[in-house]
Design a protein around this ligand. Structure first.
Ligand SMILES: Nc1nc2c(c(=O)[nH]1)N[C@H]1C(S)=C(S)[C@@H](COP(=O)(O)OP(=O)(O)OC[C@H]3O[C@@H](n4cnc5c(=O)[nH]c(N)nc54)[C@H](O)[C@@H]3O)O[C@H]1N2
Ligand SMILES: Nc1nc2c(c(=O)[nH]1)N[C@H]1C(S)=C(S)[C@@H](COP(=O)(O)OP(=O)(O)OC[C@H]3O[C@@H](n4cnc5c(=O)[nH]c(N)nc54)[C@H](O)[C@@H]3O)O[C@H]1N2
Ligand code: SF4
Ligand SMILES: [Mo]
Length: 687
């Protein structure tokens, strides 16, 4: 059967229109979209947006290729062949809805709604499409809850113990910063507008230090590079504190006024002599002394805490320790001084009103951790029988991939995927549903880095029969017979529910209409908040000692905890994101693939020498979970015993390529149930 799909272009919106970048990137850029004959010709940065300033990354300059890609899904499809074979037939939305509703109702009758599991993340960051109508639908249904832990939860939890929430400094203030510590953050690839702000500060004498396990684009751009062993950053932070205290470089009056627990922290820091820290981190003692003195004598200083730190077993404690540093030298009181891990606190919306967890028929319904999808699909009792995937590509991005795929292959699991493309996850789906791109729907965007809220209008007609997440879950809810007053809403109505100035006074005056008029609006209206109002901890002070940590069975002062030695495989493997994709998004665009060339494995020349390996060799990286084939790059970019590969590549059967997540563990980090992608031991064999 074939379906006739009208792909006539709607040229009524031709011209240059304003939009927002929807991808999971801190910068949340304002965009200008050039449309001709209903087709996107060009995407550029909005020159007037105060943070974007007309510049965007090369990935999103390729957005026209993504939006009009010949592989865009244009109609729903049903599986007709075996799972994993991409054998689908087109169906209508009527048929798709009938099948979904029929199966959901049957499952609820036979096994209860907890047999259904939504699986989503932030493939689209729009509030309505990522955490709006979808969440409300699954709450009302009573489905198993998903703990969305794959990205930044360990570090966010560690940071929250110190500072009370995702509250750092306004990045726009970093033009005043004199010292940047980019700590476990590949800024040049993952937060380019912070690079622009730091470059501005550098013109006025700022020094930029990159602290990483991998000498990469950011190290080359920075002024100084501190190379350390993976997962040892907690020890380095403690060592810096040790020296700051020893050399009386701390700000006693700030500590008195704004913190609690300095005496307890002081005791803990005593242990961390430069010699001891050097043994743990591999950073020479003189280099630790140098860094501590630089940090203790430069004001204002700013620490950009990256995601690389928290994808370890001890990621929560690492970020907890680093987040205490700026308080020691009183940085928070200077414009451009302090730290930033995430800034979601400023533009926080009313998630409860949007997602309605109160609708859950059974408030105690089970919750599963998204990092353990492999175990959830293969071992959980009673089993998950329907998996509904949207805004995510778990067959590539989730750890312990072979387990995930074993689960996805289960004949008694009914899998629905909603995406723009036939991703590797769709290969295992029973029903594939086409999703609109963000240019085809309305949404509200907040940033987890800068402080602006923005609205993105539909500027294109939906591709084929594609539907937004909002529309999909709204229509499903209405067909399920759920309450019209909860689900028969417009996007504008739902955005109005989210923008709750009573919950968050910084949203005062920010409405759909005002956003439409201005394009973007800054939380708090650009007013500088007094420091005391920016410390939402239980004590109202920066907590160097945390009662909450003690209650949760954690050491209440910052400390160093090592990563686990799960096996004795000789190498620690870091599998980070790459420059040209966003997670697995953009991994199917040939221009961007060409720029990345191939998945490489960086190895130290000493290790290569002792294994008899040469640059360009094809190697098999393996452990007890799985294996991946990579191309060797030998040099000094990683320390001996450490390996780094970048990018979440799509499967390529021809090249025998499977993603690196075949190697990574489902183990959870020390805080928040976070992922441990980077605490991963492997061996390397020549092919
Ligand atoms: N181009 C591009 N941009 C992106 C993304 C992308 O895939 N591509 N993804 C987006 C998303 S979802 C996120 S969460 C962010 C992530 O962006 P970042 O916050 O930059 O995090 P990562 O790139 O995961 O890791 C940052 C750095 O940490 C290093 N690292 C790993 N382990 C350690 C360690 O133990 N100690 C130290 N000091 N460094 C370590 C890595 O080598 C890497 O250089 O970027 C977002 N932006
Ligand atoms: N080994 C390793 N694994 C990692 C990481 C790592 O550094 N190393 N990083 C982790 C991190 S930080 C993160 S955040 C996760 C990210 O993991 P995911 O959130 O799964 O990110 P993507 O791979 O970008 O997949 C997003 C999917 O959503 C689809 N999509 C986009 N817009 C829409 C829409 O409007 N509707 C629907 N239905 N679909 C849409 C996209 O086409 C894409 O297929 O990966 C994690 N996995
Ligand atoms: S991916 Fe990041 S840097 Fe690139 S356009 Fe989007 S928000 Fe801006
Ligand atoms: Mo992420």
């Amino acid at each position: 059967m074939t379906l006739n799909i009208n792909i006539a272009r709607d040229s009524s919106r031709d011209g240059i229109v304003r939009s927002v970048c929807p991808f999971d990137c801190p910068d949340t850029c304002g965009l200008h979209i050039t449309i001709e004959n209903g087709e996107v010709k060009k995407v550029t940065g909005d020159p007037l947006h105060p943070v974007t300033k007309g510049a965007i990354c090369n990935k999103v300059r390729q957005l026209p290729d993504r939006v009009h890609h010949p592989d865009r899904l244009l109609h729903p499809m049903r599986r007709v062949g075996p799972k994993g074979t991409l054998d689908f037939e087109p169906i209508t939305w009527e048929e798709a809805y009938d099948e979904i509703i029929g199966r959901m109702q049957q499952l609820i009758r036979d096994f209860g709604a907890q047999s259904i599991l939504p699986y989503s993340f932030y493939g689209n960051m729009g509030v309505l499409n990522a955490e709006g109508m979808d969440r409300r639908f699954f709450h009302r249904l009573g489905a198993t809850k998903l703990d969305r832990t794959i990205c930044n939860v360990a570090g966010a939890t560690g940071y929250k113990y110190t500072m009370g929430g995702s509250v750092g400094i306004d990045p726009e203030a970093t033009v005043h910063t004199k010292l940047f510590l980019l700590w476990g953050c590949n800024l040049v690839s993952t937060n380019m507008h912070q690079t622009m702000l730091a470059t501005e500060a550098r013109k006025h004498g700022a020094i930029i230090v990159h602290i990483d396990v991998h000498r990469n684009r950011t190290s080359t751009w920075a002024d100084e590079f501190v190379h350390l062993r993976p997962g040892t950053d907690g020890a380095l932070a403690m060592g810096l504190m040790h020296i700051l205290i020893r050399d009386e470089l701390v700000d006693e009056s700030f500590l008195q006024e704004f913190t609690i627990g300095y005496e307890e922290l002081k005791q803990e820091a005593q242990l961390y002599t430069p010699q001891y820290v050097s043994e743990i981190t591999s950073v020479p003692p003189e280099r630790i002394e140098w860094l501590a003195r630089l940090y203790g004598t430069t004001t204002p200083s700013f620490i950009r805490i990256g995601n690389g730190l928290q994808h370890h077993d001890n990621g929560g404690m690492i970020v907890r320790a680093i987040s205490c540093l700026p308080a020691l030298t009183g940085q928070w009181k200077h414009p451009g001084g302090g730290a930033m891990k995430g800034n979601g606190w400023y533009s926080r919306i009313n998630n409860d009103r949007l997602e309605r967890p109160d609708l859950l028929p059974d408030p105690d319904v089970r919750t599963v951790n998204m990092n353990q999808l492999g175990d959830v699909l293969t071992r959980l009792e009673p089993p998950v029988r329907m998996l509904f995937v949207y805004n995510s590509n778990p067959a590539i991005v989730a750890p312990d991939q072979l387990k995930v795929r074993e689960g996805l292959l289960r004949e008694d699991l009914f899998t629905i995927t909603h995406d723009l493309f036939l991703t590797d996850t769709c290969k295992y789906a029973d029903l594939v549903l086409p999703a609109t791109s963000h240019l085809e729907n309305l949404d509200l965007y907040t940033s987890y880095w800068h402080l602006y809220l923005q609205i993105g209008e539909p500027v294109l007609a939906p591709a084929g029969l594609s539907k937004s997440n909002f529309t999909l879950f709204k229509e499903l809810a209405l067909r399920m017979g759920f309450e019209r007053e909860l689900f028969d809403l417009t996007e504008e109505e739902m955005i109005a529910e989210a923008l709750d100035a009573e919950l968050n006074p910084l949203l005062e005056g920010i409405t759909v209409e005002a956003l439409r008029e201005h394009g973007w609006m800054k939380a708090g209206g650009g007013r500088e908040l007094p420091l005391k109002e920016r410390i939402p901890t239980p004590s109202g002070k920066i907590e160097l000692y945390s009662d909450a940590m003690l209650k949760n069975g954690l050491t209440p002062v910052p400390t160093y905890t090592p990563i686990l030695e799960e096996t004795d495989f000789p190498f620690l493997l870091i599998t980070g994101p790459n420059h040209s994709y966003i997670n697995s998004t953009f991994g199917n665009q040939s221009k961007l693939q060409k720029l990345e060339k191939a998945p490489f494995l960086n190895m130290n020349e000493q290790d290569a020498g002792s294994l008899g390996l040469l640059d360009g060799d094809h190697v098999l990286v393996r452990n007890n979970r799985g294996e991946a084939k990579l191309t060797l790059r030998i040099g000094q970019d990683v320390l001996p015993g450490v390996l780094v590969t970048q990018g979440l590549w799509w499967d390529d059967a021809e090249k025998g390529r499977s993603s690196v997540n075949a190697l990574t563990p489902q183990r959870l980090a020390d805080m928040g149930g976070g992922a441990t992608f980077f605490s991963n031991r492997v061996e390397v064999l020549k092919i």
